[in-house]
Design a protein around this ligand. Structure first.
Ligand code: ACK
Length: 301
């Protein structure tokens, strides 16, 4: 029943007219820039109102393959039913040789920077709060929302391959949205990737089988989700602190996993640990992760 329902909805999505005239888009400041693409804040005018949006585009040096991937990303987004925890498509302009993909603008930036900026104001006990304060319950809510977004991608048979706090964006009202799925990772930004051969790899987020065998599946996304949980409880620390890239690779190989961060409950650490099982099939599903995190969040309140 799920599949049929989705199929019907997807076709409604496909019938929607996404194309808008480029003249209706006004570009503002650049939000981020990578080797071959950039993301710019913009304003999209329609009959009813003007909306703040994020506009993705390629740079002049992008080659044929990148152009194809860019348009594939757009086609993929068109088929996806909107979900609160996924950055959604709003419109596109494809009638010129510099196409735009127009998506929801996430006003609070990426989750990692958000966590970093909250440092020093997290309340670990239920003390008084000011507006910048995050509570344990907020952190569990972020984790739960990410699990829901990932569960949705997994149901669509989409492997993210680059799940990390930097790729989770925050919309108004602290809504976490998974971004940058289904495209060449390196396109829109350059930070945090290790060059290995031609492809940039987010080594510290990668599952053991992705590092050693180049395999990426939903189960390797689950591993990355465990690292994302670790980033959330450490308020944006870099995984495997004090270890070099080579050390990370060697230590993982001999069975080492990150230790329990301070302020992390045993329950939450147990979830990370499950995500980092060597056997991918022993890791939980995103559905299970969502349920467990929701339970922890409810118990916290
Ligand atoms: O980490 P950031 O501040 O958030 O820098 C990157 C940059 O553009 C390249 O990806 C930002 N960005 C991407 N998509 C959006 C969006 N939909 N809303 C707001 N910022 C975005 C991202």
């Amino acid at each position: 029943a799920m599949a049929t329902g989705h199929g019907e909805y997807a076709s409604v999505q496909q019938l929607r007219r996404w194309e808008v005239p480029k003249g209706n888009v006004r570009l503002d400041q650049t939000l981020g820039s990578g080797h071959f693409g950039l993301v710019v804040k913009g304003f999209l005018k329609s009959e009813q109102a003007t909306q703040v949006v994020a506009v993705k585009m390629l740079k002049g040096n992008a080659d044929k393959q990148q152009k194809k991937e860019f348009l594939d990303e757009l086609e993929l987004m068109k088929t996806m039913v909107p979900h609160p925890n996924i950055v959604g498509l709003i419109a596109c302009c494809t009638k010129s040789d510099k196409p735009f993909i127009i998506v929801e603008y996430c006003s609070l930036g990426n989750l990692r920077d958000y966590l970093l900026s909250s440092r020093g104001s997290v309340i670990y006990a239920n003390l008084a709060a000011n507006s910048l304060t995050l509570t344990c319950s907020d952190l569990l809510s972020f984790a739960w929302q990410c699990a829901r977004g990932m569960s949705y991608l997994a149901n669509h048979k989409l492997v993210h391959r680059d799940l990390a706090a930097r790729n989770v964006l925050m919309g108004d009202g602290q809504v976490c949205k998974i971004s940058d799925f289904g495209l060449a990772r390196d396109v829109y930004r350059t930070k945090q990737y290790l060059k290995m051969g031609k492809a940039p790899l987010p080594l510290r987020w990668m599952a053991i089988e992705s590092i050693f065998e180049g395999v990426t599946t939903t189960k390797s996304d689950v591993w990355s989700f465990g690292v994302l949980l670790w980033e959330i409880v450490t308020l944006g620390a870099i995984p495997y602190p004090a270890m070099s890239k080579d050390e990370v690779i060697e230590q993982l190989r001999i069975g080492y996993r990150m230790t329990k961060p301070s302020f992390c409950s045993d329950e939450l650490y147990a979830i990370m640990w499950q995500c980092w099982q060597t056997d991918p099939e022993s890791r939980p599903t995103f559905l299970e992760l969502g349920k467990t995190l929701h339970r922890l969040k409810t118990a916290q309140k």
